[in-house]
Design a protein around this ligand. Structure first.
Ligand SMILES: [Zn+2]
Length: 179
């Protein structure tokens, strides 16, 4: 699969140990993992690697299950402006709404909010001991994944002072309100 990986920009570094998220965006009350107890965590939707490979394309697999980022302006969802909902391609959980979407020329799918109890976060890379920067001096990235099946969706980024969800189109299914 190595040749396919050259198409992707960044890697979610430690998916294997994920479930480490201690908070759920939009609904802290639903946090299911207390800090330091990650080993007890299990996503509601569990599939074997073979099952994931059979239901996803190769590109979707390396994005959603290995944490890579698609090339910008992949497909048309980044500029989609119709009303509708956006669901996780891995488990159909409703993650985002068009009313919170913003079209940016950067070419990924951007939202100002997720749905309540929809996504969880993790730290991409190896943070310095006291946080703030990764040990190699680069910026620390907050990764976003589906709280039901654990599939990587994208990252949280700051854009004009707003925390914005920067999501891979290939991790989502768009469901227009009026087809
Ligand atoms: Zn999911």
């Amino acid at each position: 699969m190595t040749s396919k990986l050259s198409n992707f920009l960044t890697r979610r570094s430690f998916f294997a140990s994920s479930g480490a998220a201690a908070m759920t965006f939009g609904s802290a009350a639903h946090a299911r993992v207390a800090p330091g107890t990650n080993s007890d965590f299990a996503y509601e939707v569990q599939r074997t690697e073979d099952e994931w490979l059979s239901m996803l394309t190769d590109e979707e697999f390396v994005i959603m299950r290995e944490g890579f980022t698609e090339k910008p302006k992949t497909g048309t969802m980044w500029e989609e402006t119709r009303e509708g909902t956006y669901s996780c391609k891995g488990c159909d959980l409703h993650l985002y709404n068009s009313q919170h979407k913003v079209v940016l020329d950067k070419g990924w799918v951007f939202f100002y909010h997720s749905q309540p109890d929809a996504v969880m976060t993790n730290i991409d890379g190896k943070p310095a001991e006291y946080g703030g920067q990764m040990s190699d001096g680069s910026e620390l990235l907050i990764e976003v994944h589906c709280r039901r099946c654990g599939s990587h969706q994208g990252h949280l980024v700051f854009i004009k002072g707003n925390i914005t969800h920067c999501i891979n189109s290939q991790a989502l299914t768009f469901n227009p309100t009026s087809a």
